[in-house]
Write a protein that binds this ligand. Structure first.
Ligand code: BDR
Ligand code: CA
Length: 321
């Protein structure tokens, strides 16, 4: 099987870092580049972190800096209480290993790379979707040249969960709702891995300790980077472990059979008290809905084989695939 050629659009971010290690170590993924975006921290911090992660785990993979703020709004405050003051759980970051920065802005890097590999590139986007929307604005013709876009973001009400930042909105979509609505409306295949499945997938304290003990340098890194994040989950959700957000998008690329899905166009509310809410019209729904009809269908994940997901991550980190 040929490898998945991936551009990883990311706002590192503790769980972003864990998903980068996963991609760097999995033999079926060829990382073509990392593109940074504001989100969990400022663009300066997420870009520095992306360069550190690439330099340490994916040497030679380029990093391009992306958007500092959403399309139409002010940049949000960094989420230091979740991801630490440095965005990576306050671990030490060695400047000496940081990858060089590509001279192009992220959206240009995406356009050029997609055009260099027509029909082959998978975009894994795990932060606000601003870079993808800017790429579409600059070169709308790239959409049909992209193999697939897999997004961690949104929530569709399974288990009555619609958000994690407000009662109605998930962080990445709320980060730039205008961009998200553009991305879901473009003619490229989109799969959405939202809170419906990422909050069902939990890496327990013992699971993470096992990675530390059996996963060599990568396992030790995953443990170290997740200490602050685990403490946040314990305080905020009384959880003895962490939700698996961004690595779930990677898993969808590698093993889509682990997810139960539903197809249909997705819209994002861009104002009002429910700004950032994601709403799908299932393709089986017969009634007319002009705001959804004639938009492309997205694939939304509704359920997950949790044990299968956790086993895939563990085997990748521990080198036992
Ligand atoms: C998403 O928001 C960010 O804080 C995480 O990195 C993840 O991408 C979860 O809602
Ligand atoms: Ca993220």
């Amino acid at each position: 099987m040929s490898k998945h050629k991936v551009i990883y659009d990311t706002d590192p971010g503790v769980d972003d870092a864990m998903a980068l290690v996963f991609q760097a170590l999995h033999p079926d993924i060829e990382l073509l580049g990392l593109t940074s975006v504001f989100g969990n921290a400022t663009i300066e911090t997420t870009t520095r972190n992306a360069r550190f992660l690439a330099g340490r785990f994916a040497p030679g993979v380029p990093v391009a800096q992306g958007a500092a703020a959403p399309l139409k709004r002010a940049a949000p405050e960094p989420l230091a209480w979740i991801h630490g003051d440095n965005g990576l759980g306050n671990i030490a970051i060695e400047a000496s290993v940081e990858a060089a920065l590509d001279s192009r802005p992220a959206h240009r890097f995406i356009i050029d790379t997609v055009r260099a590999h027509p029909g082959e590139v998978t975009l894994i986007a795990v932060g606000p979707l601003t870079n993808l929307a800017l790429a579409l604005a600059d070169d709308p013709q790239i959409a049909p040249l992209v193999k697939q876009v897999v997004i961690m973001g949104g929530a569709f009400g399974t288990d009555a969960v619609l958000g994690n930042v407000t009662p109605a909105a998930e962080a990445n979509i709320l980060g730039d709702p205008d961009a998200a609505d553009i991305v879901f409306g473009a003619p490229w295949p989109v799969a959405i891995v939202g809170l419906d499945v990422t909050q069902r997938t939990i890496m327990s304290h013992d699971y993470l300790a096992s990675l530390r003990d059996r996963g060599g340098a990568a396992g030790q890194f995953v443990w170290d980077v997740s200490r602050h994040y685990e403490a946040f989950h314990e305080q905020s959700a009384q959880l003895k472990g962490i939700y698996v957000h961004d690595s779930s998008a990677v898993t969808y690329v590698l093993a889509p059979h682990l997810y139960t899905t539903r197809t249909g166009p997705v819209r994002v509310l861009t104002d009002g008290i429910a700004v950032g809410q994601t709403i799908q019209k299932p393709s089986t729904m017969p009634v007319p809905a002009p705001d959804w009809d004639n938009r492309p269908e997205s694939t939304v994940c509704l359920d997950v084989d949790v044990a299968g997901m956790l086993a895939l991550y563990e085997r990748t980190i521990c080198g036992t695939l």
